[in-house]
Structures are given as C-alpha cells and as structure tokens.
Write a protein that binds this ligand. Structure first.
Ligand code: FAD
Length: 385
C-alpha cells in the first residue's frame, strides 16, 4: 500500500478545499432530522449537485466527477474538516446507490441515479419491522404477485425509518414467497412513498427531533415497471437477501462512515483540550491521545480496505470490523470531550448532541453484538457454538 498522495490527488484536495471554503454555510444549519432543518439541508444538497460535488465518485453522466475511491476519501476528509452540513441524502447516495451500481439494470441506474444525486428523489431504508431488527430474516411484510395487473401488492409495516417522514421513496425487503423461510423468498423493492395505500407516520426521537417514521403498506400496488420503464424490483425476485447484504456492507463499512468524520472529531477534541489546558488532567491527556491515534488507525485501516477494493478484493464480512471500530471510537471521543468539559458538558451543544447520537452507533446498521457474531463466524472462522 502506497500512502502518499499523487500530484493529481493533491490537486483534487486543493480544488475541493477551495470550493468548500467558499460555499459551506457560515452558520450551522438546523438539525436535518427536523422538517425545517431537512428543507435547509436540501438546499445545500442541491448546491453541491449544481457544482458536481454531491456524488464525486459517480460517472459524469449521473452528476459525478468520475473521481477515484481515493479522491472520494479526500473529499470526505475535506468535507468534515471544514464542518460542512450532514448529508441528509445519505441513505440514497451511500447505501442504495452502491447497490444499484452492483445489481441495478441499466434503466434503473440511468433513471434513478441522477434524480438521487440532485436530491430530487429522497430515499429511506425499509428494513426493520416491529418483529424484525437484529433478526432481519424474520421479515413479515409481504408482496403478493398480481399477474393480471403485472405487479405486486405490498402489505405490512416498516419501522425506525430514518427521515422517512421527509423522504419521497423507500427501498426495502418484502417476503415474496411465504413458503420459503428466513433468508429465502425475500425480494428488494423500490417504492415511491406517494403510492396509494402507503401511510408514513413520523415520530420523535429522544432528543425531540422527528427523525424516524413508521411506514405502513396497505394493499400497495407496485407495477413491474413504472411509467418510465424502471423495474420496481432490484436484483432477482426471491434473491433480495443477497442484494440487501450489499447495502448493509456499504452501511457498516466504507461509504456511510468514512474516516474523515472521526479524524475531524479527534481534531476537535485536541482543539478543545488546547482551549481548556488548565482543566486537562494526565488521565484525560492519555484518553485524548489514544482517541486521536485510533482515528488515525481507522484511516489507515480504511486506506488498506480501499486498496483491497481497487484490486478486486471486496471487504464482505470484514465491513463489520469497520462498524464496531467506528461506533465505539465515536462514543469514546465524545465521552472524553464531555469529561473534559465537566459541568459545561451537561449543556446543549455540539458535544452533548454528538454524544447522544454516538450512543445510537452500536445499534443502527446492525447492532455491535451482531457484528461481533459475524466477525467471529465469517472473518475468524470460529464455530457457531
Ligand atoms: C439511529 C438509528 C437509525 C435507524 N435507521 C433505520 C432505518 O433507516 N431503517 C431501518 O430499517 N432500521 C433503522 N434502524 C433500526 C435498526 O436497524 C435496529 O434498531 C437494529 O437492527 C436492532 O434491532 P432492534 O432495535 O429490533 O433490537 P433487537 O434486535 O430486539 O435487539 C435487542 C438487543 O438484543 C441483542 N441481540 C439480538 N439478537 C442477538 C444475537 N443473536 N446475539 C447477540 N445479541 C443479540 C441486540 O444486539 C440488542 O442489544 C435505526 C436504528 C437507529 C438506532
């Protein structure tokens, strides 16, 4: 692995930094998990798109810059370094899009990706159900074939749908073959949320933001192909589990949580310690140093992983290692900051809010207990019992 940046990559960094310095809003936007905040973030997403910074690694024809994975990492580093707004389009561009590139038909890619890049279609993820969280294969939402009408009738409920109340489309798993059990007989559907029979009911998170939704499907008809000829099923009917595993690989691994985010948090922690030098005990210095080193280690690990991907060795189950590492690191960095802030850490602010959100890290994208099971069985090859 060569860890030096090429002149082209250095130029790319300079270009990204210059553009972000000029365009990132001076004042932080309100939380993207509220209705008003989401709208403000969409404006930002569209500015990114207009200047071809919303999906840098995608082909030019879809609104990207044909940037390499290395350049994408550089962009992410610069994005977080300057404190640019959270990406409210992340479920589409970071989770569904890589899956569309891998499993989508030409028509699906040509029609869906540009609309996703420009924040015209806003995608949410419909995996979890009241009875299917860690045990995702326990999905009960079903899709029944309507041969005469040429499509499927969806029924059931999805829950914990991040920003579902503000999105226009959902990608989700439904059981198409009730005779099959568990991972078999599931199909990956792409559903516009304005389809008759869909009810989206937003609900509040503990921090008060309406960031989640329940989505109910009551005899929702999805045609085999929509008016533009785009198939509603991604991948093969009955093979949705394999397609969904590609999406979760992106969620746990590289694309949802790139190292730039944690490098920036670690740097902010060091800045905080410098500002409050007189309050920093030796014990805190040790924790800050360790947190900073772990953020660097995550970057080194990611660079090795990108080398693997570029050389044709996809991470597969190893993306569970990223997930455990970044989620635990995020909590530790925030906890250290709160200890440093002392009583001030109790006040509403970026560190206390960041801490609250970091606590969700070991839960979303598959809990860390499940990731540890995956690492034990599929990476280390340990027996199931
Ligand atoms: C911030 C956030 C955003 C989310 N966004 C979405 C979204 O957009 N779309 C979506 O579909 N879902 C979303 N989720 C839901 C998330 O995927 C589930 O919460 C997660 O999969 C866990 O499922 P559960 O909550 O039903 O917990 P359960 O599965 O009931 O687990 C409860 C506890 O038991 C443990 N456990 C369960 N099974 C095992 C086992 N076999 N071995 C060891 N321990 C086990 C778990 O680790 C956990 O600690 C989100 C969750 C959060 C917190």
């Amino acid at each position: 692995m060569d860890v030096t940046w090429t002149p082209r990559e250095r130029d790319f960094r300079a270009l990204a930094r210059e553009w972000l310095t000029e365009h990132v809003p001076r004042e932080p936007l309100p939380s993207g998990d509220t209705r008003d905040g989401f709208a403000a973030h969409l404006e930002w997403e569209r500015t990114l798109f207009e200047h071809r910074w919303s999906v840098v690694s995608w082909p030019h024809a879809y609104g990207g810059r044909d940037a390499s994975l290395w350049e994408w990492l550089i962009f992410e580093e610069e994005y977080y370094r300057i404190g640019a707004p959270q990406r409210v389009t992340q479920n589409g561009i970071f989770l569904l899009a890589p899956t569309l590139f891998e499993f989508g038909t030409r028509r699906q890619r040509d029609e869906l990706l540009p609309r996703m890049a420009s924040a015209t279609d806003l995608w949410c993820q419909g995996w979890s159900e009241p009875g299917a969280g860690s045990d995702l294969a326990g999905i009960r939402a079903r899709a029944e074939r309507d041969e005469q009408a040429g499509g499927w009738l969806l029924n059931g409920q999805k829950t914990w749908t991040t920003r579902g109340a503000f999105c226009t489309h959902l990608f989700g798993l439904f059981r198409t073959d009730p005779a099959q059990e568990r991972h078999r007989g599931l199909t990956y559907f792409l559903v516009p949320l304005d389809t008759p029979g869909v009810t989206v009911r937003g609900f509040d998170r503990l921090d008060g933001d309406e960031g989640f939704a329940d989505v109910f499907f009551d005899n929702v008809f999805v045609p085999d192909e929509d008016r533009r000829g785009v198939p509603s099923v991604l991948g093969e009917v009955g093979k949705g589990w394999q397609v969904a595993m590609a999406t979760t690989g992106s969620e746990r691994g590289l694309t949802l949580r790139s190292p730039g985010r944690f490098l920036r948090t670690a740097d902010r922690l060091v800045e905080l310690a410098r500002e409050r030098q007189h309050e920093v005990s030796d014990g805190l210095v040790e924790r800050i140093t360790e947190g900073w080193m772990r953020a660097q280690a995550y970057q080194a690990f990611t660079l090795a992983q990108v080398t693997d991907i570029v050389e044709g060795r996809p991470p597969g189950a190893r993306s569970s290692m990223n997930k455990v590492f970044w989620s635990e690191l995020d909590i530790d960095l925030h906890e250290t900051a709160l200890d440093l802030l002392g009583p001030d850490g109790q006040l509403d602010g970026p560190w206390s809010r960041g801490f609250q959100f970091s606590l969700a890290g070991p839960i979303y994208a598959g809990t860390n207990e499940i990731q540890r099971n995956i690492i034990a069985e599929r990476v280390l090859g340990l027996p199931r019992k």
